[in-house]
Design a protein around this ligand. Structure first.
Ligand SMILES: Cc1cc2nc3c(=O)[nH]c(=O)nc-3n(C[C@H](O)[C@H](O)[C@H](O)COP(=O)(O)O)c2cc1C
Length: 152
């Protein structure tokens, strides 16, 4: 099924994990930014700690771009996000763009870690990602909307 690896629809999937909803708010603001620039693209948002991993992988399979978000925990990323990234690596998808995002408190490694893993999974990483401190304020959310607009 070689053809299947590079299959895509006009869809962007945003997958995130969060402890206190900071990264969720970032995901929602990025979604707003994308939708404000492109009314036709189907944007789907998933909390990977709550949704079935296989359903999420199916949505990623259909997507032309995937955004993966996690806050930083103990200099690393949340386990549900790590699990999805591991599955993404195993699927050997091709022809898909990607970027990372996440909230942090001080050291903020998560965006860098996700970006590296996306590269390892052979996604075409389009930028260095976006990170915001703690629960994002209105200025931070506006940066996230801008980030979303720039993806289009
Ligand atoms: C157990 C725990 C460990 C954390 N470790 C780190 C860390 O190593 N580096 C960092 O920058 N922030 C760390 N943080 C702070 C979180 O990244 C920060 O609170 C962030 O806003 C949480 O975003 P979320 O609501 O999307 O989970 C930690 C928070 C908790 C609760």
């Amino acid at each position: 099924m070689e053809w299947a690896k590079s299959y895509q629809e006009n869809q962007i999937t945003i997958v995130y994990d969060t402890m206190w909803n900071g990264t969720r708010k970032m995901a929602e603001a990025i979604t707003e930014g994308i939708r404000s620039k492109d009314k036709d693209v189907d944007v789907k948002l998933f909390n990977c700690a709550k949704r079935d991993k296989n359903d999420i992988i199916t949505e990623i399979f259909k997507s032309k771009m995937v955004l993966v978000g996690s806050s930083t925990i103990n200099n690393g990323i949340l386990t549900a996000a790590a699990g999805i990234l591991e599955m993404m690596k195993g699927m050997k998808f091709t022809n898909k763009k990607a970027a990372a995002f996440g909230s942090y408190g001080w050291s903020g490694e998560s965006v860098k870690i996700i970006t590296e893993q996306l590269k390892e999974a052979k996604f075409d990483v389009v930028n260095e990602g976006i990170r915001e401190l703690w629960n994002p304020d209105e200025e931070a959310l506006e940066r996230c909307r801008e980030f979303g607009r720039n993806l289009i």
